[in-house]
Design a protein around this ligand. Sequence first.
Ligand code: SF4
Length: 355
Amino acid sequence: MVISPSVLYGAVEKRRNTGEARDMVEHNGKPIAALVLLSGGLDSRLAAILLKAQGVQVTGITFETPFFSADRGREAAAQLNVPLIVEDYTETLLGIIEHPRHGFGSCINPCIDCHTAMLRYAGQRMEREGFHLVATGEVLNQRPMSQTRRNLAVVASESGYKDWILRPLSAKLLPETEPERRGWVDRGRLLDLNGRSRKPQTRLAEEYGITDYPKAAGGCRLTEPNYAARLRDLRAHKQLRDLHAIQLLRVGRQFRLNSAVKVVIGRDAADNGAIEALAQPEDVLFRFESIPGPSALVTGKPSEADLHLAATLCARYSDAMPGQEVDVSIRSASGAGHLRVTRADEMEVERLRIK
Ligand code: SF4
């Protein structure tokens, strides 16, 4: 790290003491305004702080999909006292998952294409709304796939806004950007962080008095192995555009009976509640009334044989003993009834489980 955090801190203090206007950098009589990708992690918060410390006006932009929420971005914007734009990014990301140009990371995370698209969105907004630059909290070589020197260059270039994307935490190790060339941002007051260590960021956070931030990376379900297996199954069956199916992916145990029919079985009271809440009129809902057992949902267009098989799977997770007959009550748009079944054996359960 080249710049002393106390210098940065001093800059913030000075701004507090003297008011924003005196420290502001201007272009054509307008303050320099940055659109900062604010995921809500510590790095993006620090990137915003480094720019604010130079008098740059910061607006955050964050993205929302069924795979990650914008809540961390909202918290960060509130903490930094900056306005926030929240973009629904679902359709774009689903298109990327269907055809990821740069492939997936270790799970079903198409990080390079995903990040490229986020930068493209931000770049387009920059042009439309008169921002002067886009900034991110990326740190060179912090992540093996998306933050190598090569891939930082790829995402910036493929976004279409290569010269306008500033990474304040590693800027001194990266090619100069147009806002730096034009003197809108002082490169000398940016940083040269490199690698996986989090210590410099933690130290900076302490110096800025930021104690409340997510301590672990994450928040994107596409990087979770179990979730990825479920989403891969939907992708293989061309059901990625089925938002109800995607909402169900985070709930319960999941089984695929055939290309159209899936079963979701609650693991606990919270899952059972979620299943009941998420059930759509076209779904079939199972419950146990005579013995303790889970709630379950069958989606697709199940045949009678499918429903029977699904009920045996549910019975496996009830208090029924092997070989014991139990009644599973059924509710669907076409009416209510019950099925009498015995529990499925373990081989059958494992054969049908999505994993
Ligand atoms: S971790 Fe998730 S949100 Fe982040 S770039 Fe990768 S796919 Fe996109």
